[in-house]
Design a protein around this ligand. Structure first.
Ligand SMILES: *Cc1c(COP(=O)(O)O)cnc(C)c1O
Length: 472
């Protein structure tokens, strides 16, 4: 018997006996038992042990149980406990339990969501979730959604649709004629646009030097009066949720103007678009429904597992044409074929966990969870305002809090010390030319107690730094 057959038999047995699935499940449960309580960031030993993975590709196959054991033993301790309630780095998000469970079930299904014929269930759920999202964000009925990896890709897709439409309006088909010698396009955006907007601008061939960057106010919002005169060759990129302050561009009147000028408006709403689901916060997103394309994440504010972003566009022809593929083998059904709304063809059915989280929470649950993030951020801001030595740098309109010490050096040292204490994890950023500590409340797990514990850790870190400085 050939070696290959033996391996095939072995794998068949693994599938049938399921002991490695039990093993993985057990490791997962052990992880869940400790992840909320353990150090938020891996210990030095855990990081050191990652060197165990530095090996050359084995010559022969290994026991599956051994592979899982390696992952559990050296991988698990080196994870960041973003799933828990005291991770406030970047803008991330935990995961709603049913989302993890649904994703795990979907893993066994291993669906390809490119076409209806490849996965009827994925096609159905994409249609359903598309409808739900339109309702939550109050978007026009003709809006279509593509289920992509995150907002980086969603921004790229929305701007690709914009590029298609703006050029088409000048009688230029980008797909056939390309960008060389194409009519000029104008890109207008705020100076606080997210780095992934810069990336998309590069990928789409617009060039950052070509962008008309508009000044922003002290919260990072685009200043409407400074937006240049728009026209039908312009793509205007706005932002719902500044990655530092959490602020929102004042959409309503700006988009009215853009619409009059027949400019395309794209909204980067990675985490902020969800403010639309909360009555008390809806003033922040007022007017977004008048834009043409939107990018949003499931994996940040909504707390789906990772790899979950959505592009939405009110111009189906533009987005499908921009991302289109052709091939005679493609079965175009009268049902939804997901690949027409994404750059990829084969793609895992990430809509499954998005559907599960939305179906589980319902409208009220979504509202409650997102409002909770806001309340914890307000609490963080409030409690920090009573700690001597910290200066707060932003208005907490949503889930972001910026804070600094009296000097950049002390801010940096304090942040590092907070990280070392491992009670919580926060990262740094720069705001108005000064170093700041950025706190992003994105996890459904975070309780008022988590916030208080974290503030205590801030206090302790600063005290230690101050003590060390006086000792020197
Ligand atoms: C996080 C973020 C992005 C990028 O989203 P990913 O899901 O990480 O690709 C884009 N814009 C803003 C405002 C963000 O906060």
């Amino acid at each position: 018997m050939s070696k290959q057959n033996t391996l095939q038999e072995l794998m068949s047995r693994e599938l049938k006996e399921k002991s490695i699935f039990d093993q993985a499940q057990k490791c997962a449960y052990d992880y869940l038992d400790t992840v909320l309580e353990r150090d938020v960031y891996p210990t030095a030993v855990a990081l050191e042990n990652l060197s165990q993975f530095d090996e050359s590709l084995p010559e022969h196959s290994t026991q599956a149980a051994e592979v899982l054991q390696l992952l559990n033993h050296y991988g698990s301790p080196a994870t960041v406990a973003a799933l828990g309630g005291r991770y406030f780095g970047f803008v991330t998000g935990s995961a709603v339990p049913v989302g993890i469970a649904a994703k795990s079930l979907a893993t066994y299904w291993d669906q390809n969501s490119a076409m209806h014929v490849l996965s009827p269930v994925s096609s159905k759920l994409e249609s359903v979730v598309e409808k739900w999202l339109k309702e939550i964000f109050n978007l026009p009925i003709e809006t279509v959604a593509g289920f992509v990896s995150g907002t980086s890709m969603a921004n790229f897709c929305g701007l690709a649709a914009a590029r298609y439409r703006v050029l088409k309006n000048q009688g230029w088909d980008i797909n056939n004629k390309g960008l060389f010698n194409a009519p000029a396009i104008r890109i207008v955006t705020g100076k606080q646009a997210h780095s992934t907007i810069h990336k998309a601008i590069g990928l789409l061939g617009f060039g950052k030097d070509h962008v008309e960057w508009v000044d922003v106010d002290d919260q990072g919002r685009i200043i409407p009066e400074l937006i240049p005169t728009l026209d039908n060759r312009t793509i205007l990129i706005l932002q719902a949720g500044n990655v530092n302050t959490g602020s929102f561009d004042p959409f309503d009147k700006i988009i009215d103007k853009a619409n009059q000028a027949q400019a395309w408006v794209h909204v980067d709403g990675a985490f902020g678009l969800w403010a639309a689901a909360v009555k008390e916060l809806q003033h922040l997103t007022r007017g977004i429904e008048k834009a043409n394309s939107w990018a949003v994440d499931g994996h940040k504010t909504l707390n789906t597992p990772y790899d979950n972003g959505i592009v939405m566009c009110n111009d189906k022809e533009a987005i499908v044409s921009a991302l289109h593929m052709t091939g005679s083998y493609i079965v175009v059904s009268d049902q939804r074929d997901g690949m027409f709304y994404t750059p990829e063809m084969s793609r895992r059915a990430r809509v499954i966990e998005l559907w599960a989280v939305m179906r589980y929470l319902g409208k009220n649950g979504i509202t409650q969870m997102i409002h909770g993030l806001h309340e914890r951020a307000v609490q963080f801001h409030h409690e920090l305002s009573h700690v001597k030595g910290f200066e707060l740098c932003n208005d907490v309109v949503f889930n972001q809090v910026l804070v600094r010490c009296d000097t950049d050096e002390r801010t940096e040292k304090t942040m590092k010390r907070i990280q070392e204490l491992r009670v919580c994890w926060v990262g740094g950023s720069v705001w108005e030319g000064r170093k700041v500590i950025r706190i992003s409340v994105c996890s459904w797990v975070t309780t008022p107690k988590d916030v208080s514990l974290s503030v205590k850790s801030f206090e302790k870190a600063l005290q230690e730094i101050n003590k060390e400085e006086t000792a020197h």
